[in-house]
Design a protein around this ligand. Structure first.
Ligand code: AMP
Length: 537
């Protein structure tokens, strides 16, 4: 038997996002659509539709034209959703910008995607966004024409100056959203995703979870990531379920409080978020009995953590999903009806309307049970990387197969397990980090001659970042000095927590650096054997 599976047939929608949103807003007008406790906000579908309409008119009033790109560089808030749903009403393309980005990363995304209007907050407990933006745009030639501060006068002014939107000739295969990911190599790439990609992916996930308008989803995952803006927004607009955003960025206490107060029926998270709740000293204070289902995804999911979510959080229909930004994101999932064994120890089976195969390095489909690269084909595959046909051709072959860079096996029952990674990527608490990007940044430190970045296993975060640094002749440095150099320039999660100064790197006879030896050396030196042996789905 070959490692090839095709998911069941599913009636894909050819509607656009505004059409689906408008249908749901009419159907469930007085039911609750959005709850944002940290903004003391509670909106029905009718009220949400009104906010979105005003935002779309405001965007048009800025003079933005169909096809223009609008960046949102913000943590989770109601305005994020208004903008997400308003952009397609005005024919604009939403560009998600990671709120952890610092000046260098922000400049890159602004330039690369030609953002005409950027939405952000002046600052919050995490960051002084206005100052970072000033650094990012200093001396740069950019397409940026409008900067609008959420919750400030500039937002109110935009809404007040709204204009009628001219009729749009929208198609479900138009690009709706650009999400940044590093792909399998190198610098971040903008993934072009259409209405058809994202709406159907959200619908299929919602179908897998059996969402109805009675469901109440607690979503602590970031909106800038596909987990938040597709598995969250698209799934709720497809079904009329309520979305609850417990905090601006993940906070275990606020998440548990929201589940308890709002009687949530569904909970999302990367493994680190569930670990943070399960191990929280106040865990037992909260009532989780309303929970029914949810998704764990984004990083290898420890079997034990899944078991505890099902048992201790009463989430009896919990599932794991797997995918990546380039495929909208979800391509494998378990069904809520699957046995607990399948749901905790695999990432599920091929999603509806999706083909999956496991291939050898030469591209041959492997027999069941053999490890190889997981490839996917179907409606969910991205339109391509923005303005990067070469990278697109490397990621998606002529027959439409996307290479994920993940290693996996298929079981005889058609369920998949993720067994490793071909791509050189670290996932720290659900955030992807490309060692090469961090290495290239560290090279710019005046004392650094050479550097190698690897991921180390971690029980809470999944992985952490370690850097081995060779200093230039005669130089000395301390760890903190390197970390200080990174602060404010690259996102906090990319800054190495473990730094070692070395004279040489372990090499093969052919002169290739052996990163796995660096990793193994640190595992032994730091006694990380237990974290390294955690079993995942
Ligand atoms: P992103 O594009 O940010 O969604 O990251 C996608 C990557 O996260 C995948 O290519 C995998 O390496 C990893 N990933 C996502 N979901 C899972 C999962 N359920 N189990 C293991 N790894 C996962």
């Amino acid at each position: 038997m070959e490692s090839y599976a095709r998911g069941p047939a599913f009636a894909l929608t050819t509607k656009t996002t505004p059409q689906v949103f408008s249908d749901t807003a009419h159907r469930f007008a007085d039911r609750e659509a959005l709850v944002v406790p940290h903004q003391q906000l509670r909106l029905s579908w009718k009220q949400l539709a009104d906010k979105v309409e005003k935002t779309a008119r405001g965007l048009a009033g800025l003079g933005l034209a169909p096809g223009d790109r609008v960046g949102v560089w913000a943590t989770n808030c109601a305005e994020w959703i208004y903008l997400q749903l308003a952009c397609p009403q005005a024919g604009l393309v939403l560009v998600n910008v990671n709120p952890a980005y610092r000046a260098l990363e922000l400049t890159y995304v602004l330039k690369r995607s030609g953002i005409k209007a950027l939405f952000l907050r002046c600052g919050d407990a995490r960051s002084k966004y206005r100052e970072i933006l000033e650094q990012a745009i200093h001396g740069e030639t950019l397409a940026l024409e409008h900067v609008v501060y959420l919750g400030e006068e500039s937002w109110d002014k935009m809404i007040a100056n709204g204009v009628d939107i001219s009729a749009l000739d929208a198609n479900c295969h138009d690009v709706l959203n650009i999400q940044y990911t590093s792909g399998t190599t190198g610098s971040p790439k903008g993934v072009l995703l259409t209405h058809h990609n994202l709406l159907n992916n959200g619908r299929i996930a919602a179908y897998g979870l059996r969402f109805t308008e009675q469901d109440r989803l607690c979503s602590p995952v970031p909106m800038y990531h596909c987990f938040g803006c597709v598995m969250g927004t698209m799934a709720v607009i497809a079904t009329g379920a309520t979305m609850i955003l417990p905090a601006p960025s993940f906070d275990p206490l606020a998440t548990m409080q929201a589940i308890h107060d709002e009687r949530a029926t569904a909970i999302y998270g990367v493994p680190t978020m569930f670990i943070a709740q399960l191990t929280h000293p106040e865990f037992s204070r909260f009532d989780f009995t309303s929970l029914r289902t949810g998704i764990m995804a984004g990083a290898p999911c420890p079997i034990e953590v899944m078991n505890r979510v099902i048992g201790d959080m009463h989430c009896s229909e919990m599932t794991i999903m797997y995918g990546q930004t380039e495929c909208s994101p979800v391509i494998t999932m378990a069904s809520v009806d699957d046995s607990v064994e399948r749901r905790v120890s695999t990432v599920g089976a091929a999603c509806p309307e999706t083909e999956i195969k496991i291939v050898s390095p030469e591209g041959a489909i492997l027999p069941v049970g053999e490890q190889g690269e997981l490839c996917a084909r179907g409606y969910a595959i991205m339109k391509g990387y923005d303005q990067d046909p070469d990278a697109t051709a490397r990621a998606v072959d002529k027959e439409g197969w996307l290479r994920t860079g993940d290693l996996a096996t298929m079981r005889p029952d058609g369920y998949f397990r993720i067994t490793g990674r071909l791509k050189d990527m670290i996932i720290r608490g659900g955030e992807n980090i490309y060692p090469r990007e961090v290495e290239e940044f560290l090279y710019t430190h005046p004392k650094v001659a050479d550097v190698q970045v690897v991921g180390l296993p971690d029980e809470r975060l999944g992985e952490t970042v370690a850097a081995w640094i060779k200093l230039k002749a005669g130089e000395t440095a301390v760890e903190d000095e390197i970390r200080e150099f990174c602060k404010g320039k690259i996102a906090h999660f990319k800054i190495p927590s473990c730094i070692r100064f070395v004279d040489s790197f372990p090499m093969t006879v052919t002169g290739k650096i052996q990163k796995y030896v660096i990793r193994q050396t640190e595992i032994e030196a730091r006694h990380l054997e237990k974290a390294a042996s955690i079993e995942t789905a």
